[in-house]
Design a protein around this ligand. Structure first.
Ligand code: ARG
Length: 480
């Protein structure tokens, strides 16, 4: 084959325009899935031999040539020819240079089912890689949670947590909560991301190979054989749908966007906590940046970028949805626009996850500042009301009693603790709650009590172990 020729030049008179090539060629970005394209071709050649469309020698020659091309591409020795418009063209052109059997490789196949196959394989392993990275961040959060706990069950229950901070609603101090409780909250959100990533991986795990351009083939192909060869869990049911379906890319991008949103919430919180106003966290120098003008500055750029990257991930999802909307069946070149957002989203998520792991691994949480902020007696107001409830007072009434004492204290009558102690409805036992905010007493499921945090941490550890198995599964990652 003339190496400046495209796969389709037979029908055309002149050469394609440079502006067309610049717009149309996808090799600059889809070369990234060369391993998956080659795996698809190997499976296809194996199937062609099994059904008698090529000989066993031709299959072996094709597989050997595919190995050579893979090694050339992996090692950087591969030289693209002017006619290589995409990875499929490039691989087939080079295989045909190596063996005359190359001319039979595309038997019963179109780039339409070929590209869908390669991208599904790529997506499957990329999602495995991202989920593995999410598990690493969850492990870091678990370590942070452990570090924020004192030894459990050592008597002085109220003080069993090394670090307690105010929990916020409306960014106003609400209840005191153990820092471990807060870290684990992010950890559980990420557990849902692992679920979503695995669900998207399951949806990608369907073989479209054998659908041809859109209508299948008159040749006796065996699509179930290629599906098995490639380790796909399922096989397409409709050849038109098989080549035009990019739902799996949208599913992956949604899972990645939602993950990005969780990372952005972690990032935003760290930005706020790193401010002098909060002073809840000190970032390690290796994970902070300076200012070119203001020598005193230490900036939380990692956390800010974690916050910002969500915008990009959401953009990748909405961009693809707009491409897919209104596309008539079956394949159209619009579908070539699926790859860059997907590649970018996977790279962005992985970059952000790794940086957040480093940031959290090395950050110092300011126990004293947090405890000080959490020590406002007013944070015990709900605990006081609940104490009254436990003594038989209806909650509404209890709310009013405590509100009145808080109001008098705020007006300067006396400290809340003394007012509570002196109040006939409350008294010294209730005053204890003011002196030691009752986070340790919240024993309801998933709450901040000592026993509950210990149980929750065990549940989280078990969840991480189960998810590591689910992620590990059959699809090892080669998305690097
Ligand atoms: N590079 C193309 C893509 O990414 C491959 C499929 C081309 N198919 C075609 N009929 N032109 O979608």
């Amino acid at each position: 084959m003339d190496d400046s020729a495209t796969l389709w030049h037979g029908r055309f008179d002149g050469d394609p325009a440079a502006a067309l090539r610049a717009l149309n060629d996808s090799l600059p970005f889809d070369r990234r899935m060369f391993r998956e394209d080659i795996a698809g071709s190997r499976a296809h050649a194996t199937m062609l031999a099994a059904v008698g469309l090529i000989t066993g020698e031709e299959r072996d020659a094709l597989c050997a040539a595919l190995d050579t091309v893979e090694a050339e591409m992996a090692g950087g020795a591969f030289v693209a020819a002017p006619g290589d418009e995409d990875i499929h063209t490039a691989v087939e052109r080079r295989v045909t240079e190596i063996t005359p059997a190359g001319a039979k490789l595309h038997t019963g196949r179109s780039r339409n089912d070929q590209v869908a196959t390669g991208l599904r394989l790529w997506t499957r392993s990329a999602l495995t890689a991202v989920a593995t990275d999410v598990l690493a961040l969850q492990g870091t959060l678990l370590n942070c949670a452990r570090a924020a706990c004192g030894p459990f069950g050592t008597g002085a229950e109220h003080r069993a947590f090394r670090t307690v901070l105010p929990g916020y609603t409306h960014l106003q101090r609400a209840h005191s909560v153990p820092l471990a409780h807060h870290h684990l909250a992010h950890g559980w959100a990420l557990a849902r991301d692992v679920d979503r990533l695995l669900e998207a991986r399951r949806r990608a795990d369907v073989s479209p190979l054998g659908a041809g351009a859109l209508a299948g083939s008159t040749l006796p192909l065996d699509p179930s054989l290629t599906a098995d060869e490639l380790g796909f869990a399922e096989l397409f049911d409709n050849s038109i749908d098989a080549v035009s379906d990019r739902d799996f890319v949208a599913d992956a991008l949604y899972a990645l966007a939602m993950l990005g949103i969780h990372l952005s919430r972690i990032g935003e919180e760290l930005v706020i906590w790193a401010s002098s106003e909060f002073g809840f966290v000190e970032m390690d120098d290796a994970f902070a940046t300076g200012s070119s003008m203001m020598p005193q500055k230490k900036n939380p750029d990692v956390a800010e970028l974690a916050r910002a990257k969500a915008g990009r991930l959401i953009g990748n999802l909405t961009g693809l949805l707009a491409v897919l909307k209104g596309l008539p069946l079956a394949y159209a070149k619009d579908l070539q626009e699926d790859k860059e957002p997907l590649f970018d989203a996977v790279d962005t998520a992985r970059l952000t996850l790794a940086a957040l792991v480093g940031l959290l691994d090395t950050a110092e949480f300011a126990d004293e500042r947090m405890r000080e902020a959490a020590s406002s007696p007013y944070l015990a107001a709900t605990d006081l009301a609940e104490w009254l409830v436990s003594q038989g007072t209806p909650f509404r009434e209890a709310h009013a009693v405590v509100a009145e004492v808080v109001r008098r204290s705020l007006a300067g009558d006396d400290s809340l603790s003394d007012l509570v102690r002196a109040d006939s409805r409350l008294g010294p036992e209730a005053a204890e709650l003011v002196d030691y905010p009752g986070s340790a007493l919240r024993m309801t499921r998933g709450a901040g009590g000592v026993q509950e945090i210990a149980d929750q941490m065990r549940r989280f550890e078990r969840r991480l172990a189960t998810d590591a198995d689910r992620v590990g599964g059959r699809h090892r990652s080669n998305a690097e």
